[in-house]
Design a protein around this ligand. Structure first.
Ligand code: SF4
Length: 529
């Protein structure tokens, strides 16, 4: 069985960028993105300086998280070990960009689909070597079958001491560096700033706020063909001189969808559990208005998900070409199942409430819909935690407590939304009491969990700690503290004390959006390459 891999010899690489250029030409890679690039790290202070080159690209991992997370098998692993992609299948969900711990994938600006190094598989299939291998004047890139003991790559691997990027991720990269340099291999080890970059404009990683040390290159030339940024190059002990950090893939629609999904699931869980546990009566008016609000929020959730796709017209492929290992696929089916059940049940309840159906005729359906819908609502609420878990490029999202956290937040949003509905419509008194209790308890638990998690618990990795720092003390500190903590928790608790439930619910929902925004954005802004 063939098992393709790369060896890149940093000892002989001269940083000429011929490989990057050949890749661009061979694969018709558009301006502004790159499938392979040469990262520069510079060490020392002038005149005692040294520049390290690292050819950077997809590692064709033996255990590729990008393949697992892809909902439509557009990213897949071939029998010969090449991790390949199919632009005709890709829906542009950008989940693979979140899963790759090496920042190897980008969205092709022409096609709106994911793209990366694919080992020049069109050449490999003809028995040719990848374009970067052929063009390298130093033979610093060696490609071949690692399972063939007579191949050059096998012999180099047997002879040389090699390193890979981030071995702790468990992805088993199949790109090995001879003389791998720790500063280049570990993206967060070296500060990067616009002043130290050459040959490229540097733009802030976030549209929310720029913060010095983290920046990304879009690869556009600055004024002139070769130009150093103002000031002396290599004036720091260690600095990044050039790299190609890709743009942040997920923006406001993702935190917004977390909120709308939380309201939809929270409302249904509250109604079903409250009735099943006998906390309040099975009030038809509650079912009609609560079910309608839940349906509207579910519709908004689906609309946000489709809107966030780079190829929204392809969204049905998740249902027609599902890849079942992906939590994006599982989530889509949970959302669809919940929508169908919720829609059917709400229609029946509404027809009974209008007198078109007899009230007795919906009792049996209700007895089935409430427990089944509750299970689906739990699934819809928590599946995002498992999707974030598959996003292995974002360490801050790898929390085993995230499903519980999402359930608590759904309780806050469901309880708060039901409080608003109870003020607007004539609903049972006991429903208002239970909703207020769920809302306030959820706020207190959520606030405690955020503060303990944020201020009390150490983070598992240095990358997660950097993301948490950026969230609560860096670029997103205002969203986190003023939005998430003050507006999302402290203000609603105070307003509940003043018996202003509608304002309290509105503040909580708005504040939770700000919190989710900080939580979603910060880890994406920590460089992975
Ligand atoms: Fe390549 Fe990244 Fe996928 Fe590994 S996880 S195969 S480096 S795209």
């Amino acid at each position: 069985m063939t098992n393709f891999g790369f060896v890149i010899n940093n000892r002989t690489c001269i940083g000429c960028h011929a490989c990057s250029t050949a890749c661009k030409a061979e694969n018709e890679v558009p301006l502004g993105v790159a499938r392979t690039w040469v990262k520069y790290t510079e060490v020392g202070a002038y005149p005692d300086v040294r520049r390290n080159f690292q050819v950077t690209r997809c590692n064709h991992c033996a255990n590729p998280p990008c393949v697992r997370i892809c909902p439509v098998s557009a990213m897949y692993q071939r029998e010969d070990g090449i991790v390949e992609f199919d632009q005709d299948q890709c829906i542009g969900c950008k989940a693979c960009l979140q899963a790759c711990p090496y920042d190897a994938i980008h969205v092709d600006p022409d096609s709106g689909t994911a793209a990366k190094c694919h080992y020049c598989s069109h050449r490999t299939d003809l028995g040719l070597e990848p374009a970067c291998v052929v063009v390298c004047p130093e033979h610093a890139i060696i490609a071949g079958d690692m399972d063939d003991p007579s191949s050059e790559i096998s012999q180099v691997l047997a002879r040389e001491q090699v390193t890979v990027r981030k071995p702790e991720q468990g992805t088993a990269p199949k790109l090995f560096y001879v003389d791998g340099n720790d500063f280049a291999l570990t993206p967060t080890a070296v500060p990067r700033s616009p002043e130290t970059f050459m040959w490229s404009d540097v733009v802030p990683v976030s549209d929310s706020e720029s913060e010095g040390p983290i920046a990304q290159s879009q690869g556009h030339p600055a004024a002139g063909p070769i130009q150093y940024a103002p000031g002396r190059a290599a004036e720091h002990m260690v600095q990044v001189g050039y790299t190609f950090h890709h743009l942040v893939p997920w923006h406001w629609p993702v935190p917004a969808y977390l909120v709308t999904k939380g309201i939809a699931g929270g409302l249904f869980m509250l109604m079903s559990l409250g009735v099943l546990l006998g906390l309040f009566p099975a009030d038809p008016g509650m079912f009609v208005v609560g079910g309608f609000a839940s349906l509207v929020m579910l519709g908004a959730t689906a609309a946000l998900l489709v809107y966030d796709l780079e190829r929204p017209e392809r969204f049905l492929r998740i249902l027609t070409h599902p890849q079942w290992d992906s939590w994006l696929t599982r989530g889509a089916f949970l959302l669809m199942g919940f929508s169908l059940l919720l829609g059917g049940w709400w229609l029946a309840e509404t027809l009974a409430w209008l007198g078109v159906l007899s009230p007795a005729s919906v009792v049996g359906f209700r007895g089935l819909a409430l427990p089944l819908g509750c299970l689906l609502a739990v699934g819809v609420t928590v599946y995002t935690a498992f999707l974030f878990g598959q996003a292995e490029g974002r360490d801050l999202w790898q929390s085993t407590l995230l499903p519980v956290h999402l359930l608590v937040q759904a309780g806050v949003m469901g309880g708060g939304s039901m409080l608003v509905l109870a003020q607007l419509f004539s609903l049972p008194e006991s429903l208002s009491i239970v909703s207020a209790a769920v809302f306030v308890t959820g706020l207190v638990v959520d606030l405690t969990a955020i503060l303990l998690g944020e201020l009390g618990m150490p983070h598992a990795t240095e990358t997660a700690a950097a993301a948490a720092h950026r969230m609560s003390r860096g670029a997103h500190r205002r969203s986190f503290w003023l939005g998430g903590i003050v507006l999302g928790h402290a203000v609603p608790l105070a307003l509940m004390g003043l018996a202003w439930p509608m304002l309290a619910a509105a503040a909580a929902v708005a504040g939770l959006y700000f919190y989710e925004h900080a939580f979603v954005m910060a880890p994406q802004e920590i460089p992975n390459s």
